[in-house]
Design a binder for this molecule. Structure first.
Ligand SMILES: Cc1ncc(COP(=O)(O)O)c(C=O)c1O
Length: 512
């Protein structure tokens, strides 16, 4: 391949040229480069009643084109989109890269529909996955063999399954089409994907990775290796999350010949709009140019800010941070890498839940990414600055100084560790669970007591929270062991999502 010029952003440049040409538009989109908000008065002069829309949207609308001469076609790229995707593939180390205009969501759907082509095809999937993966399984009519993830005991957070569990699942299900995992998780905790890729490939299967939270991986020596570098066959990344493209823009990278490339293209054409947003795609092009031309330096400012924050937090002992995994302790710990840009903070005194801490921080003008019962997660990126880090530190310091004496904790940080249960029973690796699109008819299920639910097919999802790993998916069968465990959770007052009866005294099951 001739050497690629990463100073160019061919798609973005085509849009700027389009804007400069000021041609008359006799094509969609209907806003006519945003002119719709430019109201004309009686004598033709512009009036400003829609000044706000004009100011906010006009810049964007000026490059919001469609497939006209010179702007190429996402579904059959031969021009600037092809060039932009080739440059992206080169930057991220893929053989082929596809731009996505519906986030990692559509990438996950496309990967599953490429891997599982017949209803009943088996896919090995980690139990705790994003809903887009469940939707992909539904669309494909696939059967999922769920593998329980590891649980980080100190934080109570689930990561991904061990290589041994994946290998065992592959051995039990030799007809499986592939393995789909998510790494890193929302908290930035990742597992050793290289070992998993080797195991999956040794069984002649493809490894698909939902790397929605790791689009920046592999691009700086301080960042963990990317899933592609570890050998994954198909990888989905939300470029908009941890890099710098517009929300909803994402990329799907592939390498090797295990994935059916022709079918993948057909799936993407089926799932993505025939009018994909050019501002979204151009933002991917610009993001790639920024990364490639800056190299590792693109991350310097953000990394400096986040490492200053991390070390400054030692001055505030009432908080703890999710630690980097211990190096060189092979086989120990549920994660082997931690995204340095993700900071998971918890109130060690137990006075504030993660939710309360988030609320207090927001009152002080610092908005976290998310919180759970215990933790608050802060996302730094290549766009973060030292001022951001200092503002966050001072906000946490201010909350800390209002603590008074440590000691009147009202948060009991219980870790009802149901993965222990899942690890110690036959449910570590589930039987194939059928997914289908047809909703269960209202008269197809009934509500029964837990005792009556034994040996019945469950009709709803059961997700004790925390840690938020689904214990049962619709279509799974309830063993006596499972029933006893559910009973125990119910007696402990565990919070449960997905179920109609959150006290877990009854369950919906499929009628006999
Ligand atoms: C693990 C994971 N996968 C996929 C997605 C979907 O990504 P997107 O919002 O880019 O569609 C998310 C969204 O938060 C996610 O957390």
């Amino acid at each position: 391949m001739p050497s690629l010029n990463h100073e160019r952003a061919p798609l973005y440049e085509a849009l700027l040229e389009y804007r400069e040409r000021k041609n008359r538009s006799f094509h969609v989109p209907g806003h006519k480069n945003g002119r719709v908000y430019e109201e004309q008065g009686q004598n033709g002069q512009k009036i400003r009643s829609f000044a706000h829309e004009q100011e906010v949207l006009r810049q964007l609308m000026a490059i919001d084109v469609t497939e006209i001469t010179g702007t190429d076609d996402l579904h059959q790229p031969t021009g600037v989109i092809r060039d932009a995707q080739e440059l992206a593939a080169d930057c991220f180390g893929a053989e082929e890269t596809y731009f996505l205009v519906n986030g990692s969501t559509v990438g996950n759907l496309a990967l599953i529909l490429t891997c599982c082509t017949e209803p009943g095809d088996v896919l090995i999937v980690q139990r705790n996955v994003h809903k887009s993966i469940l939707h992909g399984l539904m669309l494909a009519g696939a059967h999922a063999v769920f593998v329980t993830p590891q649980l980080d005991a100190p934080s109570g957070l689930p990561t991904a399954p061990t290589v041994d569990a994946i290998t065992e699942a592959l051995e039990r299900h030799p007809a499986a089409k592939g393995v789909l995992l998510c790494s890193p998780n929302y908290y930035g905790m990742g597992v050793d994907l290289q070992a998993i890729a080797e195991a999956v490939h040794a069984h002649g299967k493809q490894l698909l990775i939902d790397e929605a939270h790791g689009a920046h991986y592999g691009l700086h020596p301080d960042l963990p290796a990317s899933a592609l570098q570890c050998g994954a066959d198909g990888v989905v990344q939300s470029t908009h999350k941890m890099l710098s493209s517009l929300t909803m823009s994402a990329m799907l990278h592939v390498q090797g010949d295990r994935l059916n490339g022709g079918l993948l293209k057909q799936r993407l054409a089926m799932l993505q709009s025939s009018s994909p947003s050019y501002p979204l795609m151009a933002s991917l092009d610009v993001c790639r140019r920024w990364l490639h031309t800056r190299g590792a330096d693109a991350f310097t400012r953000g990394l400096e800010a986040v490492s200053w924050f991390r070390s400054s937090m030692e001055q505030l002992p009432c908080y703890s941070l999710l630690p980097q995994p211990a190096q060189g302790v092979e086989g120990e710990g549920a994660y082997s890498s931690l995204d340095p840009f993700k900071l998971t903070v918890r109130d060690r005194t137990g006075r504030y839940s993660g939710y309360e801490l988030q609320e207090k921080l927001e009152e002080l003008g610092c908005v976290p990414e998310m919180s759970d019962v215990v933790h608050v997660v802060f996302v730094f990126t290549l766009g973060s600055t030292m001022e951001d880090a200092k503002a966050l530190f001072h906000a946490l310091e201010q909350i800390h100084s209002c603590y008074g004496e440590v000691g009147n904790s009202h948060i009991s940080i219980e870790k009802k560790d149901h993965t222990n249960f899942l690890h110690h029973t036959s449910t570590l690796i589930s039987d194939p669970v059928p997914f289908r699109l047809q909703p269960l008819a209202a008269d197809a299920w009934e509500t029964v007591s837990l005792e009556q639910a034994i040996h019945r097919e469950v009709a709803e999802m059961v997700i004790p929270y925390p840690p938020g790993i689904p214990l049962l998916y619709p279509g799974e069968w309830i063993t006596e062991e499972m029933m006893l465990f559910l009973e125990q959770l119910s007696q402990q007052g565990a919070k449960c999502q997905g179920v109609h009866d959150t006290t877990l005294k009854t369950l919906r099951v499929v009628k006999k």
